[in-house]
Design a protein around this ligand. Structure first.
Ligand code: GLU
Length: 213
């Protein structure tokens, strides 16, 4: 299968050094393999999008000599595709609405883990826990307790326990915005991406995206 890589920055500020490393590494990997390199702007989260930042990222990449194949894909134009994926998951019974607030989950855990991922304890798995839930509710994917092996050229093979460490994760937020995990999975598939080169901070997102695939 011909190599298709991508760079998918979120326009939440300038193209910072870490993003530039991801851009360079993904670009060189794709070109070395004689493959395509696509640019996708992940402007899915209006509260976190900094006005002008997408344009700035594109201009900086151009100035540095990066050349992408095809036109830039903006996630803000892809809402119908995310809705279609969600509908499919709903039809398959793989997702459910969740009424839990973050503070409820924090207090259920007894302590907050700043910056860390909270494991969702599954309170709403069999129906919303709140008797009169506030609409709209977040939507979570049911994660089965199956080990997920991820193979990475630098990290090697690691077996992730998503069910044990993360639990059922959110794919559409309470504010009706599609979660990064769903959008990135739908778009990587739609764009025929064969290889993902990204920052290590996203290493534990990869198994979640593999489950969604
Ligand atoms: N847009 C996200 C970021 O900039 C994710 C990119 C990716 O999935 O590789 O952190």
């Amino acid at each position: 299968m011909p190599y298709r890589g991508r760079f998918a920055p979120s326009p939440s500020g300038h193209l910072h050094f870490g993003s530039l490393v991801a851009a360079t590494a993904s670009y060189l990997s794709a070109r070395q393999a004689g493959g395509d390199w696509l640019l996708r702007i992940e402007d899915l989260d209006p509260p976190r999008t900094v006005p002008g930042s997408a344009e700035q990222i594109v201009t900086t990449l151009e100035a540095l000599g990066f050349e992408w194949n095809g036109s830039i894909l903006y996630q803000s134009t892809r809402v119908e595709a995310y809705q279609a994926a969600l509908t499919r998951l709903l039809d398959l019974g793989l997702v459910y609405p969740c009424s839990c607030s973050r503070s409820e989950l924090l207090s259920a855990q007894g302590a907050s883990k700043p910056g860390g991922t909270l494991r969702y304890p599954g309170f709403c798995r069999h129906g919303p826990r709140q008797r009169f839930p506030v609409e709209p509710m977040a939507i979570r994917l049911r994660v089965e307790p199956i080990p997920i092996p991820v193979e990475d050229q630098i990290q090697g093979i690691r077996i992730f326990d998503v069910a044990g460490k993360v639990g059922d994760f959110v794919i559409r937020r309470r504010d009706r915005l599609y979660a990064y995990q769903l959008a990135v999975t739908v778009d990587d598939a739609a764009q025929g991406i064969t290889h993902v080169v990204r920052g290590i901070d996203l290493w534990d997102s990869t198994p979640r995206q593999m489950i969604l695939q």
